[in-house]
Design a protein around this ligand. Structure first.
Ligand SMILES: Cc1ncc(COP(=O)(O)O)c(C=O)c1O
Length: 418
């Protein structure tokens, strides 16, 4: 038998399956499971008819470019559409600053390849997106987490960490942030904090990686322009690498996202992408571009906001009724996630088998922490299940919480019963 371990690279050896993907495969295995685990868009939001008509037109055109290899940077008309989307977000991103990616996950992977060496440090929000943890750790970087307040990360702690790391001779390359409706916490970074973060990065000469897939999924108490303003919109020195995606707004299955960076850097991203996949799929890019050009995306956005806000309300209402004594949470003002803290001694990882036995899954909060064993949180995604499933899932979760509480009190109860 071949010993394949001897052939593995350090990266190949240490790779770990994401907790979220693992939950996704459990879902595939079981029909009667309510899933609050992966941050999937609602199937009900898929614009089947528009995409079918567009795909039909695009393929009927028989233009070679539809099925041929394309430019590594991306399909030019799509890049032009992205430039317009960026302008709506207040960000100037001419074509020479853009690369189309296979979702923003590829943006994270390219960032890791282009900027990080083994032993380099990335500062991240605590907790942070697990896909970013995998991408950055995959190249041997060390992640240092900074605690978040209600309006985003603690700037004093951020600066203290940076100064300490530099004094130790460590190279801190960038600060990674998801400022709009963060995965996993749903947190919206305050406008003032965004300004101060950018000033801090400038003063300390650190790059910022801004990951912004949920920006358009805001709810009614958010004022779009003010509250979700990108750090990249106020960046005058090319310090911010910005990435976003059509996954949460159009469909994730086409795998189309983008990355914007200073012209001096973007050529490096292009070369890294070339080595990875030569180019993103032409058909998917052309379909996404037509969806932008024909107004499909623009018509879709208000519907999505209403749909996800309603789902959030259903989840918050159901949790308040069934789990209010066992969980606490802040109400997310956008995005796909509700981040709940378990009251008392219950641990999010230990609760999972009980939840599974009851027929509901979530992601244990520990998957999103890069330091400290924070086990009292769970991430509940309300984006994908329909309202009746959200009700049922919360009912099952309440059952699992009650099982856990009974089990926790059992040893104390045992002597009295003797
Ligand atoms: C914060 C964040 N970044 C990036 C991604 C990756 O999205 P995609 O590659 O589908 O664009 C996700 C997906 O859940 C996410 O939540």
């Amino acid at each position: 038998m071949t010993n394949f371990d001897a052939f593995l690279s350090c990266a190949g050896e240490t790779m770990q399956e994401s907790a979220i993907r693992r939950m996704g495969s459990m879902l595939a295995d079981s029909r009667d499971l309510v899933s609050f685990a992966p941050g999937y868009p609602a199937e009900a939001a898929f614009v089947w008819d528009d995409l079918r008509a567009i795909a039909d037109d695009v393929l009927s055109s028989r233009r070679e470019s539809v099925l041929q290899y394309g430019a590594t940077r991306g399909y030019r008309p799509l890049l032009e559409s992205i430039t317009r989307i960026m302008a709506e977000r207040g960000i100037s991103a001419p074509l020479e600053q853009l690369v189309v990616t296979n979702g923003s996950q590829q943006g994270l992977d390219l960032t890791a390849r282009v900027l990080l060496d083994r032993g380099d440090v990335v500062l991240v929000e605590l907790p942070t997106y697990s896909g970013a943890i995998s991408a950055f750790r995959g190249v041997g970087a060390e992640l240092v987490g900074v605690r978040q307040d209600a309006d985003g990360c603690d700037l004093n702690e951020l600066d203290t960490a940076l100064v300490r790391l530099r004094a130790e001779g460590r190279r801190v390359k960038f600060f990674y942030t998801v400022p709009n409706f963060q995965n996993p916490t749903g947190l919206l970074v305050g406008l003032d904090k965004r300004q101060r973060l950018l000033e801090w990065a400038e003063r300390r000469d650190v790059l910022v990686v801004e990951d912004d897939p949920y920006r358009d999924v805001y709810f009614t108490d958010v004022t779009k322009e003010a509250d979700t303003r990108a750090l990249a919109a106020d960046d005058t020195s090319g310090r911010v690498i910005y990435m976003s995606s059509f996954s949460k707004t159009l469909v994730p299955g086409l795998r189309v996202g983008w990355l914007s960076a200073a012209p001096e850097l973007v050529g490096r991203f292009e070369l890294a992408k070339q080595a990875t996949d030569l180019c993103s799929g032409a058909l998917g890019q052309q379909i996404v571009n037509e969806a932008c050009r024909r107004g499909v995306l623009a018509r879709q956005l208000p519907r999505l906001r209403a749909l996800y806000q309603e789902k959030r309300d259903v989840m918050v209402d159901a949790l308040s009724r069934a789990c209010g004594d066992a969980l606490t949470w802040d109400i997310p003002r956008g995005g796909f996630f509700l981040w709940a803290r378990l009251r008392g001694p219950i641990d999010g990882d230990a609760l999972l088998p009980r939840a599974l036995a009851r027929g509901v899954i979530y992601v244990a909060g520990s998957a999103f922490f890069v330091s400290g064993a924070e086990r009292q949180f769970i991430r509940l995604s309300f984006s994908s299940p329909p309202a009746d499933q959200i009700h049922e899932g919360v009912r099952r979760l309440a059952g699992a919480l009650s099982d856990a509480r009974k089990a926790a009190s059992a040893p104390a109860a045992a002597p009295a019963a003797r």
